[in-house]
Design a protein around this ligand. Structure first.
Ligand code: ZN
Length: 455
C-alpha cells in the first residue's frame, strides 16, 4: 500500500524538477575565519528566461568588484547607488546603455565583504539571514544571500536553490560543508551538487559524526546518543511520509552551532535548510536520555518535528507572496503538533492548543483574506496563531481531510501562495464550496479564533 503511494507521487516530483529551471553556480569562495572576510568569484549560468522581470540579490555586506556578461565583457548595473533592499539583500539589475539586460542567461560576478566576528561577544539578535562568524565557525544560510540569488519578479519568488560546482578555500578551517554535498577537510575543497539545493555554508573547526541516516556537524555525542537522536528524527520522517504521501529518504545533516546572540540556559533555536537542520543554544549530547532512549526534554520532540516538517513546507512547496509565512511556518508548526500527538497522544495536542488559546486570547490578527503584505503575518501570527486556523479546519472536516488539503498544497507546482491559493487547494482537495464558506466565516474572517478552538 505504501509502495503504491510512493510510486504515484514520483512522476509529480519528476515533472516538477524538469519544469523548474535552476541557476547553476560555479567558481571560488575565499573565507577568512579570523577577519570575517568572504570573497567570491562566481559564474552564474543557466539563469532562467525572466525577460526583464528579474533582480539579482546579494547580502548588503558585500561590495561588487564587477559584473561581466557571457563574453567576459564588463557590464553596468543598477543598485550600487541608492539601492533597494529585498530582505537581507541589495537588489542589482544588469544594464546596457541604461536598459535592463533582457534574459542575461549567464553572468560573472565578483564581490567581497567582511562581517563581524562574535567570539564571546554578542549581537542583540541572530537569525537565519545573518552571516555569522563566531571565531570558530562561519554559518551562512541561503536566506543571508551570501551567493547571488535571482529573484523572479512576476512570481515573487527567490530562486535560492541552485546546482553548483564550487571550490572553497579557508586557510584556518578544519572542515568545510556546503549543503548538498558531504563535509570535507579544509583548507580547500571542491563541492558539487547536480540537484538544485540551497547551498548553506558551515565552515570552521568542528568534528563530524556519522550514523547510517544522518551526519552530525560540531556535535560531541557518543554512539548511544547518536542512535537515539537518529531514531527520533526517523520516526518523525516516517509519520510525515505516511500522512503526506511524499517520501523523505534524504539523509539529514544536523548542525550544532553557537548563535551570535546570547542564549540563556534552556533556550534553543533551530532552522532548516533541507536536508540540514541547524540548532543553537545547547549541547546536543546533553539533551539525549540514553537509558530511556528519548529526548530528556519532551518539548524537544515538537521542536525537531517542526524543523523536519520544513522539508514539506519550505522545500517541496516553496511558499511566496502574501501568505508566505502562513504556508511556511504555520503549516510546519501544525504538522509538528500532529507528529507529536501521534507520539504522545491527544493529551499533548489538547494541552498545546489550550495553552496557545490562553496566550493568544487578546491577540488580534488581520484575517488571511485581507493580507496584502507578507510581513503582516508577524512572528506570533505565523508560529502561534496560524496553527489555530489549521486546527479550526481540522475541527470542521477532520484530520484525514485536513491532510488531504495539505497534500494538495504540496502537489501544486510553482504557484503563488496567496489567499486564492489557499481556497483553490482546499476545493481541489475535496472541501466543498459550502464547507469553505463556513470555514472562511468562522476561522478566517474572525480576528481571533481562540474561543472557537476545542481542546
Ligand atoms: Zn520554521
Amino acid at each position: 500500500m505504501v509502495k503504491k503511494l510512493v510510486l504515484a507521487v514520483l512522476p509529480i516530483l519528476f515533472s516538477y524538477f524538469v519544469v523548474a529551471q535552476n541557476p547553476h553556480l560555479s567558481g571560488t569562495v575565499n573565507v577568512d575565519l579570523q577577519t570575517g572576510q568572504i570573497t567570491c568569484d562566481f559564474n552564474l549560468t543557466n539563469i532562467p528566461d525572466l525577460g526583464k522581470e528579474y533582480q539579482i540579490l546579494l547580502n548588503k555586506g558585500f561590495n561588487i568588484k564587477h559584473l561581466k556578461n557571457a563574453k567576459g565583457e564588463m557590464i553596468a548595473y543598477d543598485g550600487f547607488y541608492n539601492g533597494k533592499m529585498r530582505g537581507e539583500g541589495l537588489t542589482y539589475l544588469p544594464k546596457n546603455e541604461d536598459k535592463v539586460i533582457e534574459n542575461p542567461k549567464q553572468l560573472e560576478i565578483n564581490y567581497t565583504g567582511a562581517f563581524p566576528i562574535y567570539a564571546n561577544e554578542y549581537n542583540f539578535t541572530d537569525f537565519k539571514g545573518l552571516i555569522a562568524f563566531n571565531g570558530k565557525t562561519l554559518r551562512a544560510a541561503e536566506q543571508s544571500k551570501w551567493y547571488p540569488i535571482i529573484y523572479d519578479v512576476k512570481k515573487d519568488q527567490l530562486l535560492e536553490q541552485v546546482t553548483y560546482e564550487i571550490t572553497i578555500k579557508c586557510s584556518n578551517a578544519a572542515q568545510i560543508f556546503v549543503n548538498g554535498d558531504q563535509p570535507k577537510p579544509g583548507p580547500e575543497a571542491k563541492f558539487k551538487s547536480d540537484v538544485a539545493i540551497a547551498p548553506l555554508l558551515f565552515i570552521g573547526n568542528y568534528k563530524v559524526q556519522q550514523t547510517s541516516n544522518a551526519l552530525f556537524l560540531n556535535t560531541d555525542m557518543n554512539k548511544a546518543q547518536l542512535a537515539v537522536f537518529e531514531m527520533e528524527i526517523a520516526e518523525m520522517k516516517a509519520y510525515y511520509q505516511k500522512k503526506l504521501g511524499i517520501p523523505y529518504h534524504t539523509k539529514n545533516v544536523i548542525i550544532e552551532h553557537t548563535a551570535v546572540e546570547k542564549f540563556n540556559k534552556g533556550r534553543i533555536w533551530g532552522f532548516a535548510t533541507y536536508p540540514t537542520i541547524a540548532i543553537a543554544g545547547g549541547n546536543l549530547a546533553e539533551t539525549v536520555d540514553e537509558v530511556n532512549k528519548k529526548f530528556k526534554d519532551s518539548t524537544d520532540y515538537p521542536f525537531y518535528a517542526h524543523e523536519v516538517a520544513h522539508y514539506y513546507f519550505g522545500n517541496v512547496l516553496q511558499p511566496n507572496s502574501t501568505l508566505f509565512w502562513f504556508f511556511l511556518e504555520s503549516t510546519a508548526e501544525y504538522l509538528s503538533v500532529k507528529a507529536t500527538e501521534a507520539k504522545f497522544g491527544k493529551i499533548y495536542s489538547n494541552a498545546y492548543f489550550k495553552n496557545a488559546c490562553l496566550n493568544l486570547k487578546n491577540f488580534k490578527v488581520v484575517p488571511l483574506n485581507k493580507i496584502t503584505e507578507i510581513n503582516q503575518i508577524g512572528g506570533t501570527y505565523r508560529y502561534n496563531y496560524g496553527p489555530l486556523i489549521l486546527r479550526g479546519l481540522e475541527q470542521m472536516i477532520g484530520e484525514k481531510r485536513t491532510f488531504e488539503f495539505l497534500k494538495a498544497c504540496l502537489k501544486a507546482k510553482s504557484k503563488t501562495t496567496d489567499y486564492a491559493f489557499f481556497k483553490d487547494q482546499a476545493l481541489l482537495s475535496g472541501i466543498t464550496e459550502a464547507e469553505w464558506i463556513a470555514f472562511e466565516k468562522q476561522f478566517i474572517e474572525s480576528e481571533n479564533v481562540t474561543d472557537l478552538i476545542k481542546y
